[in-house]
Design a protein around this ligand. Structure first.
Ligand code: FAD
Length: 388
């Protein structure tokens, strides 16, 4: 296992200080390793996540070569040549586990921003103390954007939140964590070959969830209630530094409410079918997302009102070192449930790789088991081919 930094590198270096997992403690399960503490329904803090992963690596004696950056991978007659800043490796099989969230996506029009506006991505943001006093525009309203908007607004810097596609989700539903319901009802186990449009499913943003000590729901209504101003998706920036917001905010929010209610209907059906209606709170729905009558369609970024922009607009993987013909035109690895169309190459840790939960820590177990079965039979097959 080659790792450019230390074990749990991304958690050590690319997350904001106050981040807590949005998955409850019981749900961070790795093979043979699960939470045993007093707070199974709590949410790990960042240092706890680092400790959890580092401990797992120690317990299983993971053969990790830290501080070893892979700089290129090429195919050879017998397998693959892996070049690193610590020397070369040859291998017959290769698992790409370099993460799905390596590079923060920033729209191309960001270069039109007036020089007076500072920008940070969610990978660079640590805490409000980093920011100048004054207004902040947070772009993106999925789990990262809403959490960061909440924290910054509470620090006294007025936040405007630009809202694109997102999926609203109550933290607790009918007395249980939403993730408990999704896990129990099999939503998270849904397989990649069972969904109608897997390419679309792989692009769906993360649920708008946050882990907090009081298990409160952090949706757009919660943010509006503390004074965060909602605007539509940031569609562009004009030459003279005016932000243009799409007029679709109301539709985006209605669609998000609809998707949330569809999930809650599914949960209610499952609870009824499995005899849970008696032991749990009755079904209920959240009030619709509140959107003001005519949200602004523009904002002068050169006026000094906005001092900082936080890009919470998603991430993409970095395969700049992968010199194999396996990338599609968007730079994503082509694969069938993690089996890459290059003999002995596998992918793991990307959204909906084999299951809906593949993007979660909890998804690694099942995916790793399936793929290692395939990998082992590939190695056996290639060993017999070499003997023959
Ligand atoms: C903001 C955020 C919040 C999240 N919250 C949750 C949550 O609450 N619960 C949950 O279950 N999941 C959460 N996730 C998803 C979680 O991060 C992933 O499921 C998990 O990190 C996947 O682990 P991984 O090892 O596949 O990828 P990563 O954790 O990204 O690890 C990839 C590793 O590869 C290394 N690497 C990359 N390139 C190279 C190279 N060229 N050479 C050598 N090493 C390299 C990196 O240093 C890194 O350590 C969150 C993700 C983000 C971005």
């Amino acid at each position: 296992m080659l790792e450019r930094g230390e074990v749990a590198h991304t958690w050590r270096t690319e997350r904001w200080d106050s981040l807590r997992l949005l998955t409850p403690n019981w749900q961070s399960r790795l093979p043979g390793f699960r939470y045993n503490g007093p707070d199974p329904d709590g949410y790990r803090t960042l240092p706890e996540v680092v400790e959890f992963i580092a401990t797992y690596a120690r317990v299983i004696s993971a053969p990790v070569r830290t501080r070893t950056t892979v700089t290129s991978v090429r195919s050879t007659e017998t397998g693959y040549l892996v070049q690193t800043d610590q020397g070369e490796w040859s291998c017959r099989a290769l698992v790409l586990a370099s993460g799905a969230f390596n590079i923060a996506c920033v729209p191309g029009f960001a270069d039109r921003l007036p020089p007076t506006v500072a920008t940070l991505t969610t990978q660079q943001y640590r805490n409000p103390g980093q920011l100048a006093d004054g207004g902040v525009l947070v772009v993106g309203a999925s789990s990262s954007g809403t959490q960061i908007a909440n924290e910054i607004h509470r620090s006294g810097r007025p936040v405007t939140l630009s809202v694109g596609e997102h999926i609203r989700a109550p933290r607790v539903y009918r007395g249980k964590d939403l993730k408990w319901w999704m896990d129990a009802a099999g939503v998270l186990d849904q397989r990649y070959d069972e969904v109608d449009d897997i390419a679309r499913a792989r692009r769906v943003p993360s649920l708008q969830l946050a882990g907090s000590a009081d298990r409160s729901t952090l949706d757009l209504n919660a943010l509006t209630n503390i004074g965060v101003k909602l605007v539509g998706r940031l569609a562009g920036i004009t030459e003279n530094g005016r932000a243009q917001f799409a007029g679709s905010l109301r539709n985006m929010c209605a669609l998000s409410d609809l998707k949330m209610n569809r999930l809650l209907n599914l949960i209610d059906d499952w609870a009824r079918a499995n005899g849970l209606d008696d032991g749990t709170e009755p079904p209920h729905r959240l009030p619709p997302t509140y959107v003001e009558e005519a949200p602004p369609l523009g904002l002068n970024l050169a006026s000094g009102e906005i001092k900082t922009i936080i890009w919470a607009t998603g991430y993409r993987p970095d395969y700049s070192w992968l010199e194999l013909p396996v990338l599609d035109r968007k730079g994503m690895v082509r694969h069938d449930g993690g089996v890459v169309p290059s003999a002995g190459v596998y992918l793991i840790g990307t959204p909906f790789l084999r299951r809906r939960k593949s993007t979660l820590i909890d998804g690694a177990s099942d995916d790793a088991r399936d793929l290692s079965d395939h990998l082992v039979s590939y190695l056996h097959g290639s060993a017999s081919r070499m003997r023959a």
